[in-house]
Design a binder for this molecule. Structure first.
Ligand code: 5AD
Ligand code: SF4
Length: 466
């Protein structure tokens, strides 16, 4: 196996020194520079953006929430579907005008889209107002790239491909005072046939358990109450480390830490989710009883073509086990309709699976061909209109189920974490991430409380404090 490249302390220190030099550059000008970081896509990107903000803060930048007048703009992009890419291209195009209105504005693009050669080339040739591009492997070098652009005015393209690295100790500016993301591993080895992620984020590599434990301890001490462990497939955590520690061991250890908090994780691949993990969840109060377990399709032929390496029966067995050891387990999932060659009957297997499992929520996607993936080469005779119709049926089915589950909450008492105020009421989230509004004092913000549910709307619950 390819050894993970660990970015050395000396290399990271060199980046920190560059941050100081950039800070001095702005200080000399007597200017406090402004930075705008915009994130597309998943939580992994959110977590990466927090690190980009951390590096920018160390360079003396203050964050702003608009591209207008920002001295540096960073767009952290997503490549998972074509629609996401089109949005990015549209927004990057519009930045020509923003840049004209603010002399010296520097524009950087990063994230998964920049891990694709053809995208980086297109930016180079057709979006000449973009000053810098870096792929996910080069994120830790952002200060050096920024300095180069500031010093020389020349464009930089840091898009060298590699199996992947780990960089510990990049500064972080978190976006929320209660909820935090902690990446425990990077990359993906699964090569599901439709998915671009393994090509742009490299091979799986796990952070050392002690680094993760230290970070989580610090977060708890700082008052974070809802901590999500992140990875493309957290269930294969530790395999590359050879320490005999798997994901269940890691989360079990974290759940033993002192303090009042919820631990969650995403995402899990069903082929690697273990009964041991469900048992560990069941035996720790601090692990939220919520599981995001993407099934993608309810049909075994389609699952095989997707290279998912489980059958619908194996998937259902896992779900049943999880529910047996954790009654009331909140289950969410991802599903794709219109995979190349999916027939009407095969699609109906997906509907059947949804009816059988009754997810609390589903993330539904229409298949989008991604250049360079095996599925993009498969014949795909189904007309777009048929795929849209399937998609609408899927969404309607899930909406009905979600509403039924929602109504069942009325009369029940649930533990929630209070996270803010909206006019007259406090807002809070259940263990499963459901929004609950109820009247209460500001002093409850940041606390766990018990709320009795009295009513529901389509997307949220209403309650009174117990
Ligand atoms: N087309 C449609 N959906 C996709 N996903 C990943 N790749 C594609 C694609 N090419 C979905 C999967 C995955 C989620 C993050 O995005 O359902 O679990
Ligand atoms: Fe993509 Fe499959 Fe890896 Fe998830 S597990 S990131 S869907 S290749």
């Amino acid at each position: 196996m390819e050894r993970t490249r660990v970015i050395s302390e000396a290399q990271l220190q060199a980046q920190k020194d560059i941050c100081r030099q950039i800070g001095a550059y702005w200080q000399e000008k007597g200017v406090t520079p402004l930075a705008f970081v915009d994130t597309y896509g998943c939580q992994q990107n959110e977590a990466d953006s927090e690190r980009i903000r951390g590096m920018l803060r160390d360079c003396g930048y203050e964050m702003t929430d608009t591209e207008e007048g920002a001295d540096v703009i960073v767009l952290n992009t997503c490549a998972i579907r074509e629609h996401a890419e089109q949005r990015v291209f549209g927004n990057v195009g519009a930045l020509v005008h923003t840049k004209r209105r603010h002399e010296g504005q520097k524009i950087f693009l990063c994230g998964c889209m920049m891990g694709q050669d053809h995208v980086a080339k297109k930016i180079k040739s057709s979006y000449t107002h973009v000053d810098g591009v870096f792929n996910p492997h080069q994120l830790w070098r952002f200060p050096e790239l920024l300095q180069s652009v500031l010093k020389t005015g020349k464009r930089v393209f840091a898009v060298e491909d590699e199996p992947g690295n780990i960089a510990e100790g990049i500064p972080v500016v978190r976006q929320n005072d209660l909820k935090a993301w902690v990446s425990i591993m990077y990359g993906c080895n699964n090569f599901c046939s439709y998915c671009i992620v393994p090509y742009v984020r490299g091979r799986e590599r796990s952070r050392q358990p002690e680094d993760i434990i230290r970070e989580v301890k610090e977060l708890i001490a700082q008052g974070y109450r809802d901590i999500t462990l992140l990875g493309q497939n957290v269930n294969s955590y530790g395999r590359d480390l050879g320490l005999g520690i798997d994901f269940a061991d890691l989360i079990g250890t974290l759940a033993e830490l002192e303090g009042d908090f919820w631990l969650r994780f995403m995402t899990s691949h069903p082929k690697d989710a273990t009964k041991k993990l469900f048992d560990t969840m069941a035996s720790h109060d601090k692990i939220a009883k919520q599981f995001h377990l993407p099934f993608q399709s309810g049909n075994d032929r389609v699952l095989k073509e997707m290279n998912r390496r489980y059958t619908s029966a194996q998937y259902l067995e896992l779900v049943d086990y999880g529910r047996a050891v954790m009654p009331g387990l909140i289950l969410t999932s991802d599903v794709i309709v219109g995979f190349p060659g999916e027939t009407e009957e095969e699609f109906e297997d997906t509907i059947k699976l949804i009816e059988r499992v009754r997810y609390d929520a589903l993330f539904t996607f229409i298949y989008s061909p991604r250049r360079g993936t095996p599925a993009a080469e498969m014949p795909d005779p189904t007309p777009k209109a048929d795929k849209n119709r399937r998609f609408d049926k899927l969404v309607a089915t899930q909406n009905r189920i979600s509403e039924e589950i929602h109504r069942d909450y009325i009369g029940k008492t649930v533990k929630v974490l209070v996270d803010g105020r909206e006019g007259e009421v406090l807002t809070s989230r259940t263990e499963g991430g459901r929004l609950v509004r109820f009247p209460g004092e500001d002093s409850l913000i940041g606390q766990f409380v018990e709320v009795t549910i009295t009513d529901c709307t389509t997307w949220s619950l209403v309650g009174t404090i117990k």
